[in-house]
Design a protein around this ligand. Sequence first.
Ligand code: GLA
Length: 729
Amino acid sequence: MSIIINEEKKLFTLQTNSTSYQMKVDDLGLLLHTYYGKKIPVADMSYNLNDYYLSFSPYDFIGEGWKPHSVDILPQEISTFGNGDFRESAINLRQADGSLGLELRYDSYTVEKGKYSLEGLPSFYGDNAETLIVTLKDKIYDIYVHLYYGVFEEYDLITRAVKIENKTGESIHLEKAMISLDFFNGDYDLVTFHGKHMKERMLQRNSIFYGTTSVGSTRGASSHMQNPFAILCDKEANEEYGNVYGFGLVYSGSFLISASKSHFKDTRVNVGINPENFNYEVEAGGSFTTPEVAMVYSSEGFGKMSRCYHKAIRNNLCRGKCKTARRPVLINNWEGTYFDFNADKLVSMAEDASKIGIELFVMDDGWFGKRDDDHSGLGDWKPNERKLQGTLKKLADRINNTGMKFGIWFEPECISEDSDLYREHPDYAFKMPNRKPSESRNQLIVDMSRKEVRDNIYNQLEKVLNSANISYVKWDFNRHISDLYSVALPKDKQGEVFHRYILGLYELLERITTNFPDVLFESCSGGGGRFDMGMLYYMPQVWTSDNTDPIDRLDIQYGTSFAYPVSTMGAHVSASPNHGTARVTPLKTRGIVAYFGTYGVELDINKMSDEEKTEIQRQILEFKKHYDLIQYGEYFRLQGPFDETKYYTVWEVAKEDGSEAIVASVRNRNEAGLVHEIVKLKNLIPDKFYRINGGEQLYLGGALMEHGLKMEYDFFEYPARLYHITLSE
Ligand code: GLA
């Protein structure tokens, strides 16, 4: 039992393998948060709650005597504006009478087997979880707030979502709809992941201060610039030690994550849809559901938290056939040809690729409409038969005849002004009245909040997918949303457009992934601009970054690994010098970095020497040999790329039982007279002997973990090594 309820005390305790989480209804009917942290036997943790009041904090009275009770200094299970709590609120609700008051009191609860689902929104799923729903009601109005909890014991994962139900008989407006979590302490750091196009998810760590620290996106997409994932942690927390709390938002639109430290040193974390440009009407009898927040607590630092997220995302968020089946090794023509190709060129690439073991050919941007550069064509999802030298089916058959599967690129959410679709339906694009919309990559955004627009796009895509043997789709999104305005909504509902866009996108993704269950979908947004748990519900892999330089990828994949598993990270070997950085790197290094992702190739294979092709062939065999270990093993960041005192970035993937591991190292810094670096390995069996890369020498597991392993030195720039650690007989 992971949900334990003491009816008499109105005490709700959630237990996972290593976590306890608790809330309690107080004498006024408020639902207070009493504990979140290391697992302990069930006990009433309300003894630390404040029973005094502070000046300038409003209060209510409990009981008969003069006993003040300040909502402002009590940890709330969900925080609202307009009830005397001055801290950053999670829910701001404008009543029909115009007031912003919401005073929630306990109403009822239910427990269900299995994990709840959220209509129209992505969320973790599975029978290996339990659900608790606690219902609160406004003191005055018939507004019900249902707090959803999903408890996955084995991953130390607790998910939360909130549904606001309006039974008042009149419309109400949500001006903020987030999830809050209150902590009794204020001495924390906040770890967030910022970035830009071609440099996503750079780790940033700061102390929280008196006031509010926040990161977010107002771009209509989760974005390259901030990821909807953050960690609140002890100041001394590291990979192995300390209390850490992960917050992953299962959402792909504008978001906000904030941590506020109050004057009495508590902390409140708010996570959810960005309240900027958000104003949602909930009609009489209607409801609104927030996106889900996935929380993992670890008392053993970041590493354990990441490993919990990795398993949960792989097993209980990603869906479809490709969730567990080995994904094909692909070649994508983008960095090989950009827009400059025809069918003969693609087939010639496929022929070379097939000979060395590549399994899937992906035709990227430029195959449709009028599209020889990025100024036109988006929206016209009809094959350009001049460029394809025949029908799409003919090209797919030619590729299939080389022994490879065939995949294709789409960017369904964008539209070029120079396209037939735009000429026919200029209103399909977001535009504000009387203003010229701003272009970004010469394109506008399709209003996905409108059903008829989604249907048009769906029908076009369906036709293409049914016209040829297509096994893979790359779903791209190459700009952010400005000029937000939907012609389909009245003026007082324009604050709903951002969220309605995402709901529309999710509906379209659900439709297409359900109707094409055999197709592997990869999400992309100028690389990793929408690498979030929302997209992963529909597509099990994401193109991690347009930056394919393996040394830059060390930073990017390192940051990404805090929440997201290797199996979700699209990673390709590309040409050297790299097209984004001009850096020259060994082919072996490019391969090793791409192994810790989906591994693919993205270059003009026709231009490779025989020697290089043989190396790629060797890499594919090596990658496939270690596939299960790498994709499903336990991931350890042994040495990060940002530590300026270190020369190697080193990581390890180990079998859970410690019987096998693979360690990868890349030397990303160099200097003359470099001393050897010794790195301590993880998750081996202390009293068993191991071999490295099948060599003669035996190494004791305990020694490799406590004394470490010396990284071999290579006298050239950016060398990489793999150390395959196996039990000796
Ligand atoms: C984006 C993607 C690239 C490529 C181009 C095509 O930038 O991230 O991989 O598909 O679009 O225009």
